[in-house]
Design a protein around this ligand. Structure first.
Ligand SMILES: CC(C)(COP(=O)(O)OP(=O)(O)OC[C@H]1O[C@@H](n2cnc3c(N)ncnc32)[C@H](O)[C@@H]1OP(=O)(O)O)[C@@H](O)C(=O)NCCC(=O)NCCS
Length: 409
C-alpha cells in the first residue's frame, strides 16, 4: 500500500515477459535513466537503438522480463525495471580423450549449459524495494526450467548494489576477473607492421581454426558458427608472416607458420551506443581540442579522445589468440588493423576483454582511464550436472585465457 495524496492506493509490482509492441519506448526510457556501473563523478549510460532486446536476441535461447508497477488494479502502470537472460552451451573444463594403445591422448572440451544475466536495471526512484531481487529470481526460474546448470553475471567490481545483490542475496560467488581493455579511436590511422600480412577468413575457415585451437578454452561457445555467421560479425582476421601463402584452414592447422594470431570483430555499434555523463565543461573542452588537433594534423599521430560525452558506438574484438614467440606482436598488428576499421566505421572506441592471466593483457594497447576490471560471478542452479570430470566448475582454477562471447558484451 502507498499513500497517494491522502487516498490509499494499492501498488503491486508484477514481473512479466517483455512485450515489444507495448513496452519498447517505456523500457528505453528506464534504460536511459540508469547508469551502468558505479555512480561516481563520471557515469556510463547505454542507448538501445529502438530494440531493448538486442543484447540477447543473438543467443540460442533468451528472455527479457520487465517489472511493472500496477496501481489500483490497473488504473495506472509504470515499467520500473527489466532484466535480460540467455542460455547457451560453453566449455567449462577439459578431459583427456580415450585413445587406442600408443596414441597420445588429446585434450577435449567438457561442456555445460550456461545461463547469463545481463541488462538488469531498476529505475533510480524505485530502488531498494526488492524489485531487482524479484527480477533475478524469476529469470533464474526460467533458466532452471530450460536446463541451465550454471548462471553467471558480469559487473564492475566497484558496483556495490550489483555485487551485494548477487553475492549477498542470490547465492553467486566471485569467479573470474577479466580485464576490459578500451582504446579510443583516433582521427589518425595506427600503423601495422609491414612484416605481417593480414587476411580475412571465410566464416567456415574461421570456425575450423576456432574449434581446433580454442574449443578447450573456458567459456568457448559451442555455437561459435552462429556467432561467426551473424551479420554483426565484421570478420575474422589472421595475421601471418609476410610471404606466407594461405591455402585453407586445414593446411594451415597441419603446418602453421611459427608465429600467427587471429582475431574477430563484432559490431556493437549497430546494437547499442554508450555515453559518458557527468564530465565538466573543462574536461569536454580538453577532449574536443585533442580531436581537432588530431584531425588537422594526422601525421603527428597525436593521441586524441573521441566524442564519448555524446552517444558513441564501439567495436568489440574477440577470439584473440595465436601461437609462437612473437605472437603478441602479431596480435598487436591485428589490433592496429581493427582500430583502422573502427575509424572507417566511425566508432568512438574499440574494446576487448581478456582473462586476468592472459599475456595479451599487457600487449594490447589500451587507455587505463577507459579500461576496467570486470567481475564475473557464478551460481550453480541445480543438482544434475554434465560437467562430470570437471567437478564443481565454481571451484576450478582460472586458465590462461577465456573466450568472451561478443553477443554478451
Ligand atoms: C543493481 C540494481 C539492479 C539493484 O536493484 P534494486 O531493485 O535496488 O535491488 P533490491 O531492492 O532488490 O535489493 C536487493 C538486495 O541487493 C543489495 N543492494 C541493492 N542496492 C544496494 C545498494 N545501493 N547498496 C548495497 N546493497 C544493495 C542489498 O543486499 C539488497 O537487499 P536489502 O535491501 O534487503 O539490503 C539497481 O541498483 C540498478 O539498477 N543499478 C544500476 C544498473 C546496474 O548496475 N545493474 C547491474 C548490472 S549487473
Amino acid at each position: 500500500m502507498a499513500d497517494d495524496g491522502g487516498c490509499s492506493a494499492e501498488v503491486v509490482v508484477v514481473i512479466r515477459e517483455y512485450n515489444p509492441k507495448t513496452d519498447g519506448e517505456r523500457v528505453e526510457q528506464v534504460e536511459s535513466n540508469c547508469e551502468v556501473g558505479p555512480n561516481g563523478e563520471l557515469s556510463l549510460y547505454t542507448h538501445l537503438l529502438g530494440d531493448p532486446i538486442c543484447r540477447v536476441r543473438n543467443s540460442p535461447a533468451y528472455l527479457m522480463l520487465v517489472a511493472e508497477m500496477v496501481i489500483n488494479g490497473g488504473d495506472a502502470t509504470e515499467i520500473v525495471g527489466m532484466i535480460r537472460g540467455c542460455i547457451k552451451t560453453v566449455t567449462c573444463g577439459t578431459k583427456l580423450s580415450r585413445n587406442k594403445f600408443g596414441e597420445t591422448p588429446k585434450q577435449l572440451p567438457v561442456f555445460t549449459k550456461l545461463a547469463y544475466i545481463l541488462g538488469l536495471r531498476v529505475s533510480p526512484v524505485h530502488r531498494r524495494m526488492g524489485i531487482g531481487l524479484k527480477l533475478v529470481r524469476r529469470m533464474e526460474q526460467w533458466f532452471g526450467d530450460n536446463g541451465a546448470e550454471y548462471s553467471y553475471i558480469a559487473t564492475d567490481d566497484a558496483n556495490e548494489p550489483s555485487v551485494s545483490l548477487f553475492t549477498g542475496k542470490c547465492g553467486y560467488t566471485k569467479f573470474r576477473n577479466p580485464a576490459v581493455l578500451v582504446h579510443p579511436v583516433f582521427a589518425h590511422q595506427l600503423s601495422v607492421s609491414h612484416r605481417i600480412t593480414i587476411i580475412k577468413l571465410a566464416p567456415s575457415d574461421a570456425e575450423t581454426i576456432y574449434r581446433n585451437r580454442f574449443s578447450t578454452t573456458e567459456f568457448f561457445p559451442r555455437d561459435i558458427d552462429s556467432i561467426l555467421n551473424n551479420h554483426l560479425n565484421l570478420g575474422t582476421f589472421l595475421a601471418l608472416p609476410r610471404g606466407y601463402i594461405w591455402t585453407g584452414s586445414d593446411k594451415f592447422l597441419s603446418d602453421p607458420p611459427e608465429n600467427w594470431a587471429v582475431m574477430s570483430v563484432w559490431n556493437c555499434k549497430d546494437v547499442f551506443k554508450l555515453e559518458v555523463k557527468g564530465a565538466s565543461k573543462l574536461r569536454k573542452g580538453f577532449a574536443k581540442t585533442t580531436r581537432v588537433m588530431d584531425r588537422a594534423f594526422p601525421f603527428l599521430r597525436l593521441p586524441s579522445l573521441p566524442k564519448i560525452f555524446s552517444p558513441f558506438g564501439l567495436h568489440m574484438l574477440y577470439g584473440l589468440g595465436g601461437s609462437g614467440p612473437l605472437y603478441t606482436r602479431f596480435a598487436k598488428s591485428l589490433f592496429g588493423f581493427a582500430h583502422n576499421l573502427a575509424k572507417e566505421c566511425k566508432c568512438g572506441v574499440i574494446a576487448t576483454e581478456v582473462s586476468s592471466e592472459d599475456p595479451l593483457k599487457l600487449a594490447i594497447p589500451h587507455w587505463k582511464v577507459l579500461s576496467f576490471t570486470d567481475l564475473w560471478c557464478i551460481k550453480r542452479l541445480g543438482e544434475d550436472y554434465s560437467d562430470g570430470s570437471v567437478g564443481d566448475w565454481r571451484k576450478s582454477q582460472p586458465g590462461l585465457s577465456i573466450f568472451v562471447d561478443p553477443r554478451e558484451f
